[in-house]
Design a protein. Structure first.
Length: 326
């Protein structure tokens, strides 16, 4: 028969096991949802340690922070009948903590499978079915991610209001090898064409630069010539002004000399007129008689002197009459 001590030990071990089974931990950024007998309970729990009834109640941790779901190896048929494969499509999303219970109740804790994974398959095939391989692979490839994001968010707003799509990233699809080689050849030709176009642009740019340089050089030569021409004109104008000044100086000098000569003559005339007084003329007469050193002999000497005297007297009277007329 088991001893009391053994019973206590067994009971303690069973209790410890039950306690360990009832304690569970919810990580930060997650919400705990609980099931009892397969039914979802309304109660939820946040991060930390919690207790539950072991073997009767179970829990699942639902992430409420930003997470990335990867949808891999998605087949897609184009409108031309070519089947291509997308290796991976990443969907960045997060679930609001306030909507965890409603979302899990409608779509289970693995809500991303029906709401994201299946929806990606559906929307991508819808897109490919109405577009050609050229559009899906080249022309409209950059629009696929935005198209998927908008389509997912439109449905989620109705089905799961607390689930939000942040971004969708689409990798380049795989296409049949022969078609891929054709595209590579086409891209190589496009690259050559772009290189040729760029080379042409470079040549045109160099020609334009050379033309502008020639224009600038011509303008510089024209401006230099203009400056030299204006400089010569200024020099000629300066020489002309100097010559005009010298001529004017010469004219003024000649005029001054002429005025001086005229003034001298006029002054001498006025002085001579001032000298022609009766007394001066009388003095001149006697000086002239005094200078006569000839001696005459005979009876006609008095008449000679009287004739000379009469001649001088007549000359004096005619000079006075002339002065009166003046």
């Amino acid at each position: 028969m088991m001893s009391f001590a053994g019973t206590i030990a067994i009971a303690t071990a069973v209790l410890a096991f039950l306690v360990s089974m009832s304690i569970h931990k919810i990580e930060e950024g997650h919400i705990g949802v609980y099931y009892r007998g397969g039914a979802l309970l309304k109660s939820t729990s946040g991060p930390g340690f919690h207790l539950m009834i072991p073997f009767v109640t179970s829990f699942k941790s639902v992430q409420t922070t930003m997470q990335t779901d990867e949808v891999k190896n998605i087949p897609c048929g184009t409108s031309g009948g070519v089947v291509i494969y997308f290796d991976k499509i990443e969907v960045v999303n997060f679930l609001s903590p306030d909507h965890v219970y409603e979302t899990v109740k409608k779509f289970t804790a693995d809500y991303d499978k029906p709401l994201i994974f299946n929806k990606i398959h559906h929307e991508l095939n819808q897109f490919c079915s109405v577009h050609s391989l050229q559009e899906v692979y080249i022309d409209l490839f950059s629009d696929i991610d935005e198209h998927l994001k908008n389509a997912l968010q439109t449905d989620l707003t109705t089905l799961a209001p607390g689930l939000f799509i942040q971004a969708v990233r689409v990798t380049k699809p795989k296409i049949p090898e022969q078609i891929r080689k054709n595209y590579e050849l086409m891209e190589a030709e496009k690259t050559k064409l772009l290189i040729s176009a760029q080379h042409q642009k470079v040549v045109e740019k160099e020609a334009e630069t050379e033309r502008k340089r020639a224009i600038i050089e011509a303008e510089k030569v024209s401006q230099v010539s203009k400056i030299q021409y204006e400089q010569k004109i200024m020099e000629k104008e300066s020489d002309k002004k100097i010559a005009d000044i010298e001529v004017q100086m010469q004219v003024n000098r000649e005029k001054s000399m002429a005025d001086a000569a005229y003034y001298k003559v006029k002054t001498e005339i006025e002085a001579n007129k001032a000298k022609l007084t009766p007394e001066y003329l009388e003095m001149i007469k006697y000086e002239a008689l005094a200078k006569n050193t000839k001696i005459y002999f005979g009876n006609s000497i008095p008449s000679m002197f009287s004739d000379n005297f009469l001649t001088l007297s007549k000359f004096d009277n005619s000079d006075k009459d002339e002065k009166k007329k003046i």
